[in-house]
Design a binder for this molecule. Structure first.
Ligand code: IMP
Length: 431
């Protein structure tokens, strides 16, 4: 059985949760390798809607070991809340979940710094999720972060005191923002001790043992390639690598352990937060295009973590081609095709134009990307419903033509097609 890395290849929110949910029953292990509670996936558990930010969505499946790898940053209270919701629905979460001893903790000062920095940026803000992701990764890279294993260290108290003094100095003197209290930090650490330490494990070791025993593994990415700290629209990105390569460093496995890279993308494009978006048609700040509004409304485009309305636009093949290259994507999973139903025509951005020059790749400078205008190919739409279609032969000819063109322009075969929100609303195209 193949080991698969499943990643988003646009600006996040591509529908990874559904694809992971669909593949999870075929897997023995599902592991998260980067990001933190900035991600969000809505599950219906026991009739109640629950948003999981950190616990892998494979948790609902018996016999699937769910792992949170060292490359992630975790908020102890968020994991505890998710565990409570799962326990209340009868999911034996403690049996199925393990958390890397090397995971870095997001503590209250990280959220305070995230908020203070965004406020100070004013109009130039990134539009972060406010979950403290950037400051936690900063501390990790600066070698002063607090990891799960550090809860057992003798010098923890002194390190917390030093970090808190330093952060409060910054908050008070530079940002003129409220300070963080030691009591708040201690409360978060107490939750970590009580709820996370019992689940602590050497995740790399577990993965290698399972691999040797022949397990099938799914490595679940968060956000998307265009939010990658190196290959995304820097600085309007998240603070981790989101490409498939991040699975290696974020879990402690080698490249030979990966057989396939599934790149998940919508049949159109969305983005939350600020930053360039060449095919943008519609946003909450007044950009109004009827097709963009159709995508926002029919696609229910609101962020699972923040509830913010998403910006919407046409499918950008330059973006997807870039992601296919930098992340070594071997197959596409195209989601939300049904949202395009009823549009008289559908556009595909195949290149950009800037200062009279045609570009077929993503420029490294976000300002240069902002100045790019999309070059579109226009394809006829379809009036038939594709909602819930599972047999590719039942797709309208124009929808099939769009998929064929996506494969051609992006240089990657479509392996899965999602036609609705339910797990069963899927067409599979085996290789
Ligand atoms: P941060 O990850 O909270 O620092 O936010 C940085 C940027 O990434 C912002 O534009 C966020 O909106 C975006 N972002 C972070 N996580 C997600 C996600 O799971 N889906 C979509 N966008 C995200």
């Amino acid at each position: 059985m193949a080991n698969i890395v499943a990643i988003g290849i646009q600006w996040g929110d591509e529908g990874k949760g559904k694809i992971v949910d669909l593949l999870a029953p075929e897997m023995d292990v599902v592991a998260r390798f980067q990001g933190g509670p900035n991600a969000g996936h809505t599950l219906v558990i026991g009739g109640e809607k629950t948003v999981l930010h950190l616990v892998p969505s494979g948790i609902l499946h018996e016999g699937v070991l769910c792992l949170i790898g060292n490359g992630t940053v975790v908020t102890p209270s968020t994991i505890a809340e998710e565990m409570d919701a799962l326990l209340a629905a009868g999911v034996p979460v403690a049996e199925r979940l393990r958390i890397s001893d090397r995971c870095h903790l997001i503590l209250p000062w990280h959220r305070a710094l995230d908020a203070a920095r965004e406020a100070a940026r004013g109009k130039a803000r990134i539009g972060t999720t406010g979950r403290g992701i950037g400051p936690a990764y900063e501390d990790k890279t600066a070698r002063r972060g607090i990891r799960l294993i550090d809860l057992l260290a003798d010098d923890l108290d002194a390190r917390i005191g030093e970090q808190l003094d330093w952060t409060n100095f910054l908050l008070r003197e530079y940002f003129h923002a409220p300070e963080v209290s030691r009591a708040e930090v201690d409360a978060e650490l107490a939750i970590a001790r009580e709820r996370l330490l019992p689940l602590m494990a050497d995740v790399s070791q577990l993965l290698h043992e399972r691999h040797e025993a022949g397990a099938a593994m799914l490595f679940e990415g968060a956000q998307g390639v265009m939010l990658d700290v190196d290959f995304g629209t820097y600085p309007f990105v998240t603070s981790s690598n989101t490409v498939s390569g991040a699975a290696l460093a974020g879990l402690g496995v080698g490249p030979a352990m990966i057989d396939e890279v599934l790149g998940i993308c919508k049949a159109y494009t969305t983005r939350v937060g600020a930053g360039p978006f060449p095919t943008e048609l519609y946003n909450a700040d007044g950009m109004e295009d009827p097709a963009g509004r159709h995508l926002a409304e029919k696609g229910s485009e609101f962020g699972a973590t923040t509830g913010r309305p998403r910006r919407t636009g046409w499918f950008d093949a330059v973006v997807v081609r870039h992601a296919v290259r930098v992340a070594g994507v071997t197959g596409l999973a195209v989601t939300k095709l049904d949202v395009l139903d009823g549009l008289p025509e559908v556009k595909l951005c195949v290149a950009y134009e800037r200062d009279g020059e045609r570009l077929t790749h993503i420029p490294a400078d976000a300002r240069a990307l902002d100045a790019c205008r999309p070059v579109y190919e226009t394809l006829p739409g379809w009036s038939e419903s594709t909602y819930g279609v599972t047999d590719p032969a039942r797709l309208p000819a124009n929808a099939r033509a769009l998929l064929a063109r996506i494969e051609e322009v992006c240089g990657c075969p479509v392996r899965m097609l999602s036609t609705g929100p339910d797990r069963g609303h899927i067409c599979r195209f085996p290789g």
